[in-house]
Design a protein around this ligand. Structure first.
Ligand code: ADP
Ligand code: UDP
Length: 237
């Protein structure tokens, strides 16, 4: 399968058509960004690590009953996925308080959240991805109630599966963001699951092993992603 037309360049991935209208190629680039694109950098090996990391996780999720867009790895930094009609919302589950919830609610980083919380954000960098709720999603026609219910259920199922997977590697899945889309009448998990879109801490030292290393200038960003991959048994070749 070959890259066709360049459809879209996001902050970290590029999307290409293929000879099959139902499939796209996602190219995981070495670009990284934070704070809605205000801080950017190029990190050697990140595209390859994230492509293989994402493939591993998507396959685990499929095996656990979550329907995803993932088809197959095409090259070191490219994968073939189903072409989705993306729903412009981000689904965030938190097991431990960190990031924006601490600022928003004035709570300390590291507090366990029981039950885990669920939040929707509008995917709109220019407006700094504002937090929204189900009423906004329905009122503005971004998704139906049935689709909302499916996204919430799938996101919690992902949390159940991945909390366990990361715990087996002596890590805490602090929080994560998912995006969904429509494919021939079904809601599928799209985009990616990599350390760019979640928080992962070492279970014992609580050392940050995710994109917070980039956000906070802690260094060793890709090395931390590789450490997580190694602990999960992801083969980076
Ligand atoms: P961003 O748009 O947030 O800067 P990326 O650099 O990751 O993010 O760009 C990837 C883009 O591709 C995102 O807009 C994402 O919603 C979109 N996308 C991801 N998976 C699919 C898919 N299966 N079909 C169509 N679009 C997708
Ligand atoms: N996240 C993401 N993309 C976004 C916003 C958030 O991948 O546009 C992820 C982020 O990496 C974290 C989780 O979603 O794992 C919750 O993010 P938060 O709301 O705390 O925002 P942040 O402070 O990380 O911007």
């Amino acid at each position: 399968m070959r890259r066709g037309e360049h459809l879209y360049a996001g902050k970290a991935k590029s999307v290409y058509t293929t000879d099959d209208p139902d499939h796209l190629i996602l190219h995981f680039r070495n670009d990284t960004s934070a704070f809605d694109g205000e801080k950017t950098a190029q990190l050697e090996r990140k595209g390859m690590v994230n492509n293989k990391f994402n493939a591993f996780i998507m396959q685990k999720l499929e095996a656990g009953g979550v329907k995803t867009h993932f088809e197959r790895v095409l090259s070191d930094d490219e994968s073939v996925v189903k072409c989705l009609d993306m729903i412009p919302v981000e689904c965030v589950v938190r097991n431990v308080a960190a990031g924006s919830i601490c600022k928003r609610l004035g709570v300390h980083e590291g507090i366990d959240l029981d039950p885990p919380t669920f939040e929707f954000f509008l995917k709109d960098d220019a407006r700094h991805d504002p937090m929204i709720n189900e009423y906004h999603i329905r009122a503005f026609g971004w998704a139906s109630q049935e689709e909302i219910d499916e996204m919430i259920a799938a996101t919690f199922r992902v949390n159940e599966l991945l909390t366990r997977l990361f715990a087996d590697g002596e890590m805490i899945l602090v929080d994560f963001k998912l995006e969904f889309g429509r494919f021939h009448g079904e809601i599928l998990l799209g985009d990616e699951f990599t350390p760019d879109g979640c928080r992962i801490w070492d279970a014992h030292t609580r050392e940050k092993l995710d994109k917070d290393r980039f956000r906070r200038d802690l260094g060793g960003v890709v090395e931390a992603y590789e450490e997580v991959a190694h602990r999960l048994g992801v083969s980076l070749g």
